[in-house]
Design a protein around this ligand. Sequence first.
Ligand SMILES: *Cc1c(COP(=O)(O)O)cnc(C)c1O
Length: 448
Amino acid sequence: MTKELLKKIPNKNFLLNSLSANCHNRALLNYCIDEVLDALRKRILKGNVKTLDSHTIIKDIHLRYMQIYRGTLIPVINATGVVLHTNLGRAPISEEIFENIKKIVTSYSNLEYDLKKGERGDRYHHVAEYLKILTGAEDALIVNNNASAVFLILNTFGKNKNVIVSRGELVEIGGSFRIPEVMNNSGAKLKEVGTTNKTKLRDYEENIDKKTAILMKVHKSNYNIIGFAEDVSHKEIAKLAKDKNIISYYDLGSGFLSDIFKTLCNEPTLKEVVESGIDLVSASGDKLIGSVQCGIILGKKKLIDKLKKNQLLRMLRVDKITLAFLQETFKSYIEADENKIKSLTLFKANSYELTKKAEKLKSLIGEIDSEIVTTKTYIGGGSCPLQEVDSIGLIIHTYKAKSMEKRLREFETPVICRKGEDHLLFDMMAITEDEILTLAEAINWAKI
Ligand SMILES: *Cc1c(COP(=O)(O)O)cnc(C)c1O
């Protein structure tokens, strides 16, 4: 049976001839044929194929061809309710900010050119000034992401020296970023102190010696310890480090740039952390700050100067697109126009606005058995991991939840929602008004 099926697979020349009229790029067509046939062979060998027909095979190849031809990185509708969803690109950018950076990106710019002196300049000062004003930091530096920020700091100040971290803060973030491993790769030696649930100031103090370079605090981001737990605040760590003449560093991960959304969750603002006297702090640009992927480092000027001298920075540096986006984002914070920060406007929606979106969606999907409900969601991006956020959603009751959810992901604008055994949930928190129509189309198309 298996052998016969394998023999029945159409030969490649036949497929090339059948498809070449519609699929003009030879390399791409070859690629798709190989991929589809490989997958088919594997399914046959596993016994998952009963019959073969060349028509379906040709259709599958054509579909895959068109998919790659059009681009596989495409917009999706985020109906999960998690605004800072790492798998869905974290913070979305507002149209307004996008429009404003267009000219900088599509023409030449003074990215690294000092217009006053007519010579080579520094690419970081374009945004460092804003950050100094917004946070009170002496200086700032931008790198590719917060993981790079951690790496650069540890490599610059901790190489062949000891860095003290609480055992309760040796976190893994996003499956690939583990503090002990990053530390090891940077050349710094990890000195764990305290226990998983409790670390006291004297644990840091007793472990400081001649080899200690940094007292590091790491934001727990995606977990919390419930029960008997104790850790040391960044303020206390900053003070101890100062007394001992070593560097204090807080990997904050997320963190607000403005305090107007602090009611949302109890994360510190970058300004508060800087004011606590910490020497260095780093955060992601695309978490609570709501901009593009980058790592923001704030701190003492003499330390930032040292970071700038590390060769590694050349490998971690950001380009004009990142800096242009950041500049626009920081300008919005300076103008106190948080409406331009899309993720913050999503968080800001009240239950009335959320309900309105859900009602509109409900009215557009007619006969389908649906119900508006209150939901609990999370902020995402390692911010306030345990804090639930109230939201509103639309539930669709269906016994075919599993296959409908799959079809929703196959729509032209794929929809990512939450699913249960017998229902699908569309949370309104991360959905904009102008997406509702497309979402309704997707649901009407996917219903079975
Ligand atoms: C998210 C996070 C990181 C990684 O930041 P990226 O910008 O994703 O590289 C590092 N440390 C902490 C504490 C985080 O929350």
